[in-house]
Ligand binder design. Structure first.
Ligand SMILES: O=C(O)CCC(=O)C(=O)O
Ligand SMILES: [Fe+2]
Length: 213
């Protein structure tokens, strides 16, 4: 416990960096609640496990995914969509806990977007070698709400708006918020490097909060 207290003084100095028009990087933003977030994800996956979904083109994604919230993002041979039911379990997705809603709202506010109320949280799991190719988040009905994206575990090189931010990888605790003029910016994740994270081991978890309608 004592070591944790000293760590939080030394490391958890949140900072806010504008990365594009309408996009900010909040370093260390979720460090104060990292334990709660990780425990929540552990509980979700008992109900709705990680799975590698298939794209409409028939490819299996290398990122394993699950969701929490009123609706979850899924892909299969018929297309991409949000669905209130987990196709793997036939039941609703795990409920999005207040700590998730609150963090998404607070982060969005730091990006200049007030009253963000996500109804979906996509949970991505990366292992070394896993990547996510460049794409836009555009399966939502209304682009006025931002995207809030939380990084936990191993660091990742985030590609945003055509720029490789290799000089400053996203690390555990960081949050990226993009909306407004950046809402449809292309982004992706370069293949994850080998590593071992103190809390999560050999993985990276990303939480992507969205308002889908
Ligand atoms: O893992 C990340 O940092 C990005 C995830 C993402 O872009 C997505 O889920 O749409
Ligand atoms: Fe995305």
């Amino acid at each position: 416990m004592t070591a944790d207290l000293f760590d939080s003084v030394a490391e958890a100095q949140p900072s806010r960096e504008q990365i594009a028009d309408g996009a900010v990087l909040l370093r260390g933003f979720v460090r104060p609640i990292e334990g709660e977030l990780v425990e929540a994800v552990r509980a979700f996956v008992l109900q709705s496990p990680f799975r590698r979904m298939t794209t409409p083109g028939g490819y299996q994604m290398s990122v394993a995914m699950t969701n929490c919230g009123e609706r979850g993002w899924i892909t299969d041979h018929t297309g991409y969509r949000y669905d209130p039911i987990d196709p793997k379990t036939g039941a609703p997705w795990p409920v999005m806990p207040p700590v998730f809603r609150d963090l998404a709202r607070r982060a969005a506010e730091q990006g200049g977007f007030r009253h963000f109320a996500p109804d979906a949280c996509l949970i991505n799991r990366y292992e070394p070698g896993t990547r996510l190719s460049l794409h836009q988040d555009k399966d939502e009905l209304d682009y006025s709400a931002p995207i809030v994206s939380v990084s936990l575990g191993l660091p990742a090189t985030f590609l945003f708006g055509g720029l490789a931010r290799a000089d400053k990888p996203l690390v555990h605790g960081d949050v990226v918020v993009w909306g407004g003029p950046s809402r449809l910016a292309y982004h992706g994740v370069a293949p994850l490097a080998e590593g071992e994270h103190a809390l999560l081991g050999r993985i990276r978890i990303n939480l992507t909060f969205r308002r889908t309608r």
